[in-house]
Design a protein around this ligand. Structure first.
Ligand SMILES: [Zn+2]
Ligand SMILES: [Zn+2]
Length: 137
C-alpha cells in the first residue's frame, strides 16, 4: 500500500497515488500557496499527476496561471475547503500533494524549499534545507 494517500478535513474527498515514494518533497512560500493554505507556506509531496486518483463528489478544481504562465490546477474539497493537490503541467507533470492532508505525514522530509524570497517575517526558514528564491531552476 502506498503511504501517499489522504483526505480532506471532512473526509468526503480521498486520494491516493500509485507511487511508493515521492519524486521530491518541497516547501513552497509562494503567494498562491500562502493564500490557499491560509498559512506561511505549503509542504508538498510531489508525485506524477497521472499516478493520483480521487474519490468523492465534493472535489472541485481551481485553475489559475502559475508564475510560469502555464495553468496550474488546484484540487480542493468544496464542502470543507481543504486543499488536496496542485497539478503542475509545467513542472514535469507532477502534482503537489499537500502533506498536511496525508493520513500519515510523519515520514515527510523536505528536500528543498522554494519561493524563499517571499517568506513571511513571522515564518522561520529552515536553513538546513536547500533553498531557492522563486521556482527551482
Ligand atoms: Zn472535505
Ligand atoms: Zn506555492
Amino acid at each position: 500500500m502506498t503511504k501517499i494517500k489522504g483526505s480532506c478535513l471532512c473526509g468526503q474527498v480521498t486520494y491516493s497515488s500509485s507511487e511508493e515514494e515521492p519524486a521530491m518533497t518541497a516547501v513552497c512560500h509562494c503567494p498562491d500557496c500562502q493564500k490557499q493554505s491560509g498559512s506561511a507556506f505549503s509542504t508538498n509531496v510531489l508525485v506524477p499527476t497521472d499516478s493520483v486518483t480521487f474519490e468523492g463528489e465534493s472535489r472541485r478544481q481551481y485553475v489559475v496561471n502559475g508564475a510560469s504562465g502555464e495553468e496550474v490546477t488546484r484540487n480542493f474539497c468544496s464542502t470543507c475547503g481543504s486543499p488536496l493537490t496542485t497539478e503542475l503541467p509545467a513542472f514535469n507533470n507532477l502534482s503537489a500533494v499537500k502533506a498536511g492532508t496525508l493520513d500519515d505525514s510523519s515520514w515527510v522530509s523536505p528536500d528543498i524549499q522554494i519561493w524563499c524570497d517571499n517568506t513571511k517575517p513571522w515564518s522561520k526558514i529552515d536553513e538546513s534545507i536547500k533553498s531557492a528564491g522563486a521556482n527551482p531552476g
